[in-house]
Design a protein. Structure first.
Lengths: 263, 190, 541
């Protein structure tokens, strides 16, 4: 019958384990928070307290440095999933009214001009962002600019809601349904090109990306070329320019034709 | 109250305990050696974890601050070192081709615009995670000119396998000449 | 005498069925991303498979083995019926329901977040609910282990807890505390976002909570294996366990030190301070100690058996060992894989060396070698050892068993060694396909193809395993006798109270967790504005 007490320094096991653990903790604290930060010459600390806090992970502000500013307007739109949640019927209705001026070029039932994009069924985030960019001038187009400049923030949200509410129209040439070309199905990873469907796809479509299925081939090709030359640069942090720059002319053609033929 | 066999038993137990004890001390020495090596490597300027935690807001990276698109790329600092700023996003790095000089202290500063990405320059030990909300800082030095693929090494979504950038190391003189001729951030993007 | 045969059998069968399905998925993945397959047309399928394979192999399979084995040990070692058998069945049901609940969204492509589910990628809420149910089921097991041990100790005051039960409960306590990290991450951080109640999440804090679970879970997986090393292997080969006390100390070290070292999975992360990375690196080095001790004790126990069989001289005992005995083969293979995998682990835990291979295929090779290899081969051995006692029938398939074990060992080496190599070449993880035509990737092609072949051997071995188990159900009835654990050379009559219970060790485990994790978590929690937008996976428009 054991009468040993466990939690007592008379118990050798207790004493030894507390002692060893304690020593390890203290030594590694000193090593990690004092010795090693001081040995790191790539970072300069303002004294020991700064070194200890940095090693602990207290966020430190970076020393401000020169920021090279762009010589053109970049997109300043912030979109997140909260902004485009459930559709509000009144918003859609207001959007429908506003959209009457859009129908001239972006007509319904594929009667719009072929070099203007089909807007029906496009995600609200995509429409909204492009309108904001047109208004701010980060995306330049002589025809769109005057329209966009007159739109208020709420107008843009309403238009986005309206077009998102519409069902997507079938492609103009559904008979030309093609197998996905290599560049669409697999991309060209070593050239920094992900498969188009990873952002423009049915699952996991990236927020703010437009649908390409059934879009005008002329339009897709023109936009890809514009991204490739840098003429269009409202893609946040160059994400489309990175892609289009590395696509060959044949690949751009193939992608445009493929998506135009999709339902 | 011990019999002869109990006595042997105890003797055997003592021997066994001594052997075990010696082995444990040997093991502890091995472990201690490993820890010592880590400390030695840390002190003698082998690569170390980043010294500070820095925050970033992924939603506004493109609007203001050091990660706007015109500020991404390689910048020469006053002390002659080079700072490379990069961004990881679904599914590419910007700049997609990073230009660095040989024989110069380079500091990579990178973050993510959306999900967790990885940052790995193959054939080097430059390897970090890009966690949205935090800035990753890595010091580096390249010895020889060449090209290194730079894949994202953490699953970031369905397009993860398409996320490969490139690092191009060029001769120091050529690099600094380019920097002098050009007041933009340097990249090797064509 | 085993009262809970059906309970244990149910756990094992569910575990192995899940394992078999996940094994097939794993080989498909190896094939699909190799040069042997032209290209996968839908990479989403690949990521669904990786999620399913990882979650099944990591969260469901080893948990069920630990639970089933734990119930068996409770009855065999304490020589009484399991207290709370109804609760045990409830726990099993929770695990089964949880596994299915999680797998449904995964197979539909709504939860392609991988078993590590790093936010801000957010999956369908049922995936997380499923994982939580699995953990809850396992916590019922943890409670039952504690209850059964406490009841026995009350009935047997002062007597040494049988080693198998001691180690079993050590594993239970370790798991109980370890699971808390991921549970907090899922319940408090992820679920509100998955359910749409919040739309932002702190990605860095989530990774820190997950790392709390991520390392020690592998020790939870490892416990049944080490229990088998100490309490089954010496008896199976006709020897004795070299030291009971050292065994207890090894398991105690696991309880204390396996837990608060998870930040070594975050060495490359920007949200944890360098000081905490260092402390956890030091304690990671310390957790190598119980494994080094185990290697010694088990080899010494084997030497005893060899000498008892007439082996002479410094190495003659090796030849004298019962090499025809499947348990001998299993433990030898396990130790060989443990040696290589452990060495790889030592590399991973050193910040400087880890920088070269972090998140490359080296990592995947490493954990397949150590978990899929060293640990799982012992799960097979445990099943073989227990099977006659569970089925009441003979297990006569000695040749099949040996073939199965050999194939698993060779297959695992052929699968994982090339994997380590391509990791050193810089091949990144978790990609559905690679452009082997590109000159930078071409050197990796042959090794990846070799791995596929190794995986095929593993699938065949898995098939043989099922064949053996099924034959075990159909063989002639036999009485396997009382189940025996190994006996130590010096069976303890009295054991110091510190080596007979867990109060001190669990306290130390919790205290070290507070020291190593407390500040990093608190400080990230205090950064209120650092949550980032959630990215919902599989969100269709």
């Amino acid at each position: 019958m054991s009468t040993e007490r466990l939690f007592s320094f008379k118990n050798h096991w207790f004493a030894a384990s507390i002692g060893v653990t304690g020593a390890l903790v203290v030594l590694s604290l000193i090593g990690g928070f004092v010795v090693l930060p001081y040995a790191t010459t790539t970072a300069s600390f303002a004294g020991i307290w700064d070194a200890i806090c940095s090693a602990a992970g207290v966020p430190r502000a970076t020393a401000p440095s020169d920021v090279a500013k762009p010589d053109f307007t970049t997109s300043n739109v912030v979109i997140n999933s909260q902004m485009f949640g459930a559709q509000d019927a009144r918003s859609v209705g207001r959007g429908a009214t506003l959209a009457m001026q859009c129908a001239i070029c972006h007509g319904s039932n594929r009667q719009g001009q072929i070099d203007t994009p089909n807007l029906e069924g496009q995600p609200a985030a995509a429409i909204y962002k492009q309108l904001r960019d047109f208004k701010a001038g980060s995306r330049t187009n002589a025809v769109m600019a005057p329209f966009a400049v007159r739109l208020s923030e709420q107008d843009m949200l309403d238009l986005a809601a309206y077009y998102a509410y519409l069902p997507r129209q079938p492609g103009a040439h559904p008979a030309l349904a093609l197998d996905a070309p290599v560049i669409v199905a697999r991309g060209a990873p070593m050239r920094s090109v992900a498969a188009c469907s990873s952002c423009h796809g049915t699952t996991d479509a990236k927020l703010g990306t437009p649908w390409l299925d059934g879009q005008s081939a002329v339009y897709i090709k023109a936009q890809l070329q514009a991204f490739a030359t840098g003429e269009r640069r409202n893609d946040i942090s160059e994400q489309m320019r990175n892609i289009a720059r590395q696509m060959t002319a044949l690949e751009i053609d193939a992608a445009a034709r493929y998506y135009a033929g999709r339902p | 109250m011990t019999s002869a066999s109990d006595h042997d038993h105890d003797e055997g137990a003592i021997v066994a305990a001594r052997v075990e004890g010696r082995w444990t001390i040997l093991s502890a020495c091995v472990v201690g050696l490993l820890i010592g090596m880590a400390i030695f490597a840390g002190i003698h300027k082998a690569t170390m974890p980043q010294a500070r935690v820095e925050l970033a807001n992924p939603q506004t990276l493109h609007i203001s601050g050091e990660f706007i698109e015109s500020n991404l790329g390689s910048a020469v600092e006053a002390d002659g070192s080079v700072t490379v700023r990069a961004l990881g996003q679904q599914f590419s790095f910007t700049p997609q081709c990073i230009l660095v000089p040989t024989g110069t202290a380079v500091t990579f500063r990178a973050t993510s615009a959306d999900v967790v990405h990885g940052f790995l320059i193959t054939r080097t030990n430059i390897n970090a995670m890009l966690v949205p909300g935090y800035v990753s800082v890595l010091p580096a030095k390249f010895d020889k000119p060449g090209e290194h693929p730079m894949p994202c090494q953490e699953f970031c979504g369905i397009g993860h396998e398409g996320m490969w950038a490139k690092v191009k190391v060029i001769d120091k003189t050529a690099f600094f000449k380019m920097a002098a001729d050009n007041n933009r951030r340097l990249t090797c993007v064509e | 005498m085993l009262n809970s045969k059906r309970l244990v059998l149910a756990h094992f069968w569910l575990a192995f069925v899940v394992f078999g399905l996940a094994l097939l998925l794993g080989e498909w993945q190896m094939f699909v991303r190799s040069p042997l397959n032209p290209w996968i047309s839908n990479s989403d399928l690949y990521y669904r498979s990786v999620t399913a394979h990882g979650s099944a192999m990591g969260y469901v399979f080893p948990t069920l083995i630990a639970m089933g084995f734990g119930y068996a040990i409770t009855e065999f070692a304490l020589k009484k019926a399991l207290i709370g058998r109804r609760w045990a069945w409830a726990g099993l049901a929770l695990v089964a329901v949880g596994a299915i609940t999680a797998m449904i969204p995964v197979s539909l492509g709504l939860a392609s977040v991988l078993y590590t589910f790093y936010p801000p990628m957010i999956a369908n809420p049922f995936f997380y609910i499923g994982v939580v149910l699995v953990v809850l089921g396992s916590w019922i097991w943890v409670a039952l282990m504690a209850i059964n041990l406490t009841a026995w100790k009350r009935e047997n005051p002062g007597k040494p807890v049988p080693l198998a039960m001691f180690a079993n409960v050590a594993g239970a306590y370790l798991w109980g505390w370890t699971a808390v990290g991921a549970a907090i991450e899922i319940l408090l951080l992820i679920m509100p976002v998955a359910l749409g109640l919040k739309t932002t999440i702190d990605a860095g804090l989530s990774r820190v909570f997950f790392s709390w679970t991520l390392h020690a879970i592998v020790y939870f997986w490892l416990m049944p294996t080490y229990i088998a090393y100490y309490t089954i292997f010496p008896r199976a080969i006709g020897g004795r366990l070299y030291s009971d006390a050292m065994a207890r100390i090894a398991f105690i070290l696991f309880v204390v030190v396996a837990m608060p070292i998870g930040v070594h999975h975050l060495f490359a992360d920007p949200q944890v301070g360098a000081g905490f990375k260092f402390i956890q690196s030091v304690f990671t080095a310390v957790v190598a100690l119980p494994t080094l001790m185990t290697i010694f004790t088990i080899c010494a126990s084997a030497e005893l058996a060899g000498r008892l069989r007439g082996g002479k001289g410094p190495f003659g005992w090796v030849a004298a060992l019962p090499w025809q005995n499947p348990m001998m083969l299993a433990v030898t293979f396990s130790f060989l894989m443990l040696g290589f995998g452990g060495a790889g682990g030592l590399i991973n835990m050193s910040y400087q060396l880890d920088a070269s291979i972090h998140n490359t295929q080296w990592i995947t090779g490493h954990f397949h070698l150590i978990f899929g290899g060293a640990i799982v081969i012992m799960y097979f051995a445990i099943a073989y050892d227990l099977w006659p006692h569970l089925t009441g029938r003979a297990l006569n398939s000695a040749r099949l068993i040996k073939a199965q074990l050999w194939l698993w060992f060779v297959g695992m080496i052929v699968t994982t060694f090339p994997w380590h190599y391509v990791g050193i070449l810089g091949m990144p993880r978790r990609m559905a396909s690679y452009d082997y035509a590109n000159s930078a990737i071409a050197p990796q092609a042959l090794s990846v193809s070799l791995s596929v072949f190794g995986g095929l051997l593993l699938v065949i071995s898995g098939g043989l395993f099922f064949a053996v188990l099924i034959r075990g159900h159909l063989a002639a009835r036999t009485d396997p006798g009382t189940y025996q654990f190994s006996v130590a050379v010096h069976e303890p009559v009295r054991v110091p109270v510190a080596l007979n219970g867990f109060a001190l060790w669990v306290t130390l485990m919790i205290v070290l967790t507070a020291i190593n994790y407390g500040y990093p978590i608190a400080q990230l929690l205090a950064l209120k504005g650092n949550a980032v937008p959630a990215i919902y996976m599989g969100a269709t428009r």
